[in-house]
Design a protein around this ligand. Structure first.
Ligand code: MG
Length: 204
């Protein structure tokens, strides 16, 4: 399959005396979002969308709320683990679209900055990230922030380098090529293998 889609949703209640973080952005506001981690409702929804797109479970299965390691944790950690799952499955993020639902603060004036921040965390251009916001009309949830996120993933194509290497290996060895073959075997001409950016060992 060349493309996969993922959807995530999350909600957190506002609480006085807690710093507000949405989309990795610190926002001036009298209240923040309560949670075991930093309560970043948007990053949680995107994390779930990424995990869902590669059928890798959800944020709760990776980071149980009762685990003391995640108390006050920066939600960018969760996002990084989800990106690693995407990479391990052979996919990369094409674009992400999100909708925040909250009465306050107003997101429109900071949506551009939030988009830049989320794009940096996802390591994609800002043009591949969309941040939208609505007030919860008629829902009677004025003291809650909700986030919806949809991601589209595309399959990572085998690199040209690796294809060339495979073709060379399939061809019968010519004596004239022996020196080249020995160089390859000794690692001098080994193609660069892209390693995962993140290391999960500290988190499992
Ligand atoms: Mg959450």
């Amino acid at each position: 399959m060349k493309i996969r889609i993922g959807y995530g949703w999350d909600s957190h209640a506002f609480k006085p005396g807690v710093p507000l973080r949405i989309g990795g952005l610190a926002i001036e506001h009298p209240e923040g979002l309560a949670g075991h981690s930093d309560g970043d409702v948007l990053l949680h929804a995107i994390t779930d969308a990424l995990l869902g797109a590669v059928s890798a479970g959800d944020i709760g299965s990776f980071f149980p709320p009762g685990d003391p390691r995640w108390k006050g944790a920066d939600s960018a950690i969760f996002l990084n683990i989800a990106l690693e799952e995407v990479q391990n499955a052979g996919y990369q993020l094409a674009n992400v679209d999100t909708t925040l639902v909250l009465a306050a603060p107003k997101i429109a004036p900071i949506a551009g900055e939030m988009r830049e921040k989320v794009a940096a965390l996802l390591d994609v251009p800002p043009g591949d990230v969309s941040i939208k916001a609505k007030t919860p009309e008629g829902l009677n949830v004025d003291h809650v922030a909700q986030a919806h996120a949809v991601v589209l993933l595309e399959r990572v194509e085998e690199s040209d380098e690796l294809r060339v290497m495979q073709t060379e290996m399939d061809e019968p060895i010519d004596v004239g090529d022996l020196d080249e073959v020995l160089k390859e075997m000794s690692g001098e001409r080994r193609p660069a293998i892209k390693k995962p950016v993140f290391d999960t060992e500290d988190f499992t």
